[in-house]
Design a protein around this ligand. Structure first.
Ligand code: ZN
Length: 322
């Protein structure tokens, strides 16, 4: 059984685009039991970098009312998919796909948090404070390579209150896309295990979207979790968009690094299916068994494979949710 930290099937469905990496029929056969399904209010698509070295500008903020309107449409799209909604780790079952309602960017939430409980009642159980843009709560990293993730200001007072409210409600706070100042603010404030649902090791790929060794250490010490992102540009040492020349071993390399640094209990998958270009050898959700085989070939025994594929995610969800 595989539980995963991030996919963008909802955005793709909302845009009425054809099936890409997240084929739900193939998911069943591949052992994909679900995971975090992002509600992501899109920014206008930036110009794709043509070189491995790039420094894209930070995306513009989206007004709360606009973001809230789109987020509700995305939520309705999620509810129209043939998936169960998770409110407890036991909801993940091998015979179906189960979705964690995840806001990728708190932009749709009122800065006074007056609608947070309504979202909780809709099933919201995970909030990424930011996507790669500023909002009322925090600021995300711009896409840059090579670059440190220390790119801007930390949490606003509203952001501090959002973290506290999520702790109270038992909603997971996701640190992926957050800049380093914001990360350390959350690390100071949050009572819950620290989680980055779809980010990699900065020591191996110097993208702003990846986590420094110090950030990894803090996640490990908190009992938290890193979901390894399959995006080619966050995996490769040269940061290049080269899916045909990126073997599955590049994903295993990041799993290895994080497991060696902070322990096998603190790493899992955060595919970014339907949101990112992944190694051609993997393709999409149907290729997950090949990735599990690659872990076995790299020396992971049955217990280690179970932790990476689902047990770690289920443990962290159990420790975070109420
Ligand atoms: Zn993302």
């Amino acid at each position: 059984m595989i539980v995963d930290g991030h996919n963008d099937l909802v955005l793709r469905s909302w845009r009425e685009l054809p099936v890409w990496q997240m084929d739900l029929d193939a998911a069943h056969e591949a052992g994909f039991a679900g995971g975090f399904f992002a509600l992501y209010v899109p920014s206008p698509s930036p110009v794709e970098p043509t070189t491995a070295h790039y420094a894209m500008p930070l995306a513009d903020p989206i007004p709360t009312a606009d973001a809230a309107r789109v987020a509700l449409e995305l939520y309705d799209t999620l509810r129209s998919l043939p998936v169960a909604i998770a409110t407890s780790p036991g909801d993940f079952q091998p015979d179906r796909v189960t979705a964690i309602v995840h806001l990728e960017g708190a932009d749709p939430l009122a800065p006074d948090l007056s609608d947070l409980e309504t979202w909780y009642e809709r099933g919201l159980r995970s909030v990424g404070l930011v996507w790669s843009r500023p909002n009322a709560f925090a600021e995300g990293v711009p896409f840059r390579f090579p670059s440190s993730p220390d790119t801007g200001r930390g949490l606003t007072p509203a952001g501090v209150e959002l973290v506290r409210a999520c702790n109270r409600l038992g909603v997971l706070v996701d640190l992926s896309h957050l800049n380093e100042a914001g990360f350390w603010d959350v690390a100071r404030i949050s009572q819950a295990p620290l989680v980055a649902t779809h980010s990699n090791a900065h020591a191996l790929c110097r993208s702003t979207r990846n986590l420094t060794d110090q950030q990894l250490d803090a996640i490990g010490e908190s009992g938290g979790m890193v979901g390894v992102n399959f995006a080619v540009t966050f995996l490769r040492e040269d940061g290049a968009q080269a899916p045909d020349e990126t073997p599955l071993a590049e994903i295993v390399r990041h799993v290895d690094y994080i497991a060696e640094r902070i322990g096998i209990d603190h790493v899992g998958f955060g595919s970014d299916f339907d949101g990112a270009v992944v190694p051609t050898e993997l393709g999409g959700v149907a290729g997950l068994p090949k990735l599990v085989d690659a872990l076995r070939d790299a020396g992971y025994d049955g217990a280690a494979v179970a932790k990476v594929t689902h047990e770690n995610w289920l443990r962290v969800l159990g420790e975070t949710w109420r």
